[in-house]
Design a protein around this ligand. Structure first.
Ligand code: NAP
Length: 286
């Protein structure tokens, strides 16, 4: 069984990104990403520190905007607009959740689609859905980056995605479809999930239920990408029961150390994509 570790995928992508940022710096260009944190949510605060550290390690500048728990809708939208207007900021990550008085969807609607690093705007959702490019959310991109790094093609394969959330299941299914996979999506109302999984060449699990999928549900020789991050008996585990699935699968991502490891790198790489999108055709994305 091949263990599809995220670390070498990160190293390969980060090497290219750092080299590009060095070149930009030598040309006197200041490339930055913006991160917006509204309020005191602990996980959003932790993610901000983590992203800031990772961006700095890669050589990417970070413009951090922090608004208090009492921020108004107008203040949030103005902060986004300021980052929209700042030409040195190529991508923006608005952290969620925001305080309850904030209409997150209305705030996201203010973000320029060509700076939308995590594919949150309806423009990018539409572009990804119609297979016309756009920014896809980082986690589905991490799944594909792992498959690409380990040279696992999707063309003609039966891909079964478990989960249909707007941030993982749905976009990853559409991205697999764009690569000519035959795609099945399972969700909480699916009645024959085991039968469908047993026919899958590639399984992408994005549910949020520890060890939902075990070895009896996997076709021998299948590739399994586990997006889930769950706590079980004090440990972080995936949606896939690693031990039993490893007995039948040809390749499998670990948790931790798989998809989650690559997701942050995809966010940073989005800045590279945004730079090129802006400099190739600035009218196309606005
Ligand atoms: P979510 O929004 O809660 O969506 C879960 C999906 O799973 C829903 O579509 C739900 O179906 C489906 N589902 C629930 N129970 C099911 C069952 N018994 N059988 C089949 N489908 C079932 O979660 P998410 O945001 O997509 O996240 C999924 C997992 O990925 C979580 O563990 C999360 O922590 C992890 N995650 C990891 C990363 C990373 O970078 N590695 C990033 C984001 C999320 P319905 O639509 O019918 O409700």
């Amino acid at each position: 069984m091949i263990r599809l570790d995220g670390k070498p995928v990160v190293e390969a992508h980060q090497k290219k990104l750092t080299a590009w940022l060095d070149t930009m710096k030598n040309q006197g260009l200041n490339i930055q990403m913006g991160i917006l944190l509204v309020g005191n949510d602990r996980s959003a605060q932790m993610y901000l520190s983590f992203m800031e550290k990772k961006a700095k390690q890669a050589g990417l500048g970070v413009v951090k905007v922090q608004l208090p728990e009492t921020a108004t809708q107008k203040e949030v939208e103005e902060a986004i607009e300021t980052m929209n207007q700042d030409d040195s900021i190529y991508g923006v990550l608005p952290l969620m959740p925001m305080p309850k008085q904030i209409d997150e969807a209305a705030a996201i609607a203010c973000l320029r689609p060509d700076k939308d690093l995590d594919g949150l705007t309806t423009t990018n959702v539409g572009l990804v859905s119609s297979g016309k490019g756009g920014f896809a959310p980082c986690t589905p991109r991490a799944c594909l980056a792992i498959l690409d790094y380990y040279k696992i093609p999707l063309d003609g394969k039966h891909v079964v995605v478990v989960g249909r959330s707007p941030v993982v299941g749905r976009p990853v299914a559409l991205m697999a479809l764009a690569r000519n996979a035959t795609v099945t999506i399972c969700h909480s109302h699916t009645t024959n999930m085991k039968e469908l999984l047993l026919d899958a060449d590639v399984v992408i699990a994005a549910v949020g239920k520890a060890h939902l999928i075990d070895g009896t549900m996997i076709k021998p020789g299948a590739v399994v990408i586990d997006v889930g991050i769950n706590e079980l008996d004090g440990k972080t585990v995936g949606d896939v029961d690693y031990e039993s699935v490893a007995q039948v699968a040809w390749a499998l991502t670990p948790v931790p150390g798989g998809v989650g490891t690559v997701t942050t790198t995809m966010m940073l790489e989005g800045v590279y994509d945004a730079y090129h999108a802006r400099n190739v055709d600035s009218t196309e994305h606005c």
